[in-house]
Design a binder for this molecule. Structure first.
Ligand SMILES: CC(C)(COP(=O)(O)OP(=O)(O)OC[C@H]1O[C@@H](n2cnc3c(N)ncnc32)[C@H](O)[C@@H]1OP(=O)(O)O)[C@@H](O)C(=O)NCCC(=O)NCCS
Length: 166
């Protein structure tokens, strides 16, 4: 299994994943659901790649890198790393967002993918801990985090806030 940074060579598989991902699933948002392959190639892919080194983005936008989890020749999931925290991210979505293909869930990919993502995130993120947020009713994702050494640092009405020490 490996994580590959978003790239142009894997465009078709990345598009299949992106276009099928719901607009909002458990707080993981995707504005590109249902996008055509042409639009993905022309607009979406260059935009997502540019997020690592944002140009002409608003002040609040934090650099973000997209990675895809591959099991041999099958793209099974997406992991996004936001490079540092702002007040909004600290009290919100944190450093990492992820999802696994619907037909590949419950097979350990989420746990393994977060493990690989953490290795990269630990070298990018300046904070001492990796911040994560999860809906209280999203037990699979809580397990993915706890399997990777997370502890519950706080909560609000609908979410747990978890952290992983670097
Ligand atoms: C959350 C998500 C990434 C988990 O991915 P996954 O590949 O299924 O995770 P794993 O296979 O590593 O499973 C983790 C744990 O959840 C359990 N689990 C997985 N799917 C489950 C389900 N539908 N019901 C109950 N438990 C489930 C697994 O048995 C495993 O438990 P264990 O640690 O006790 O062995 C995936 O469900 C997903 O993409 N959900 C939609 C997007 C999302 O919620 N993202 C996270 C936002 S914080």
């Amino acid at each position: 299994m490996e994580l590959r940074k978003i790239n142009t060579q894997d465009a078709y598989a990345q598009w299949e994943y992106t276009t099928a991902l719901p607009a909002d699933e458990n707080g993981l948002t995707n504005p590109h659901t249902g996008v055509s392959y042409e639009e993905y190639i022309e607009k979406v892919l260059p935009t997502l790649i540019s997020y690592e080194h944002p140009v002409d983005m608003p002040d609040w936008f934090v650099p973000e890198t997209y990675f895809y989890l591959w099991d041999r020749d099958c793209l099974v999931g997406e992991f996004r790393i936001r490079h540092h925290l702002t007040e909004t991210l600290k009290n919100g979505a944190g450093h990492i967002g992820y999802s696994i293909r619907k037909d590949k869930r419950g097979k350990g990919y989420g746990t393994e993918g977060l493990k690989l993502t953490l290795r990269i995130a630990k070298s990018i993120v300046p904070e001492d801990e990796i911040y994560l947020r999860v809906n209280k009713d999203n037990v699979p994702s809580q397990k993915v985090m706890l399997n990777n050494g997370a502890y519950i640092a706080g909560e609000d009405l609908d979410h747990f806030f978890l952290r992983i020490r670097k």
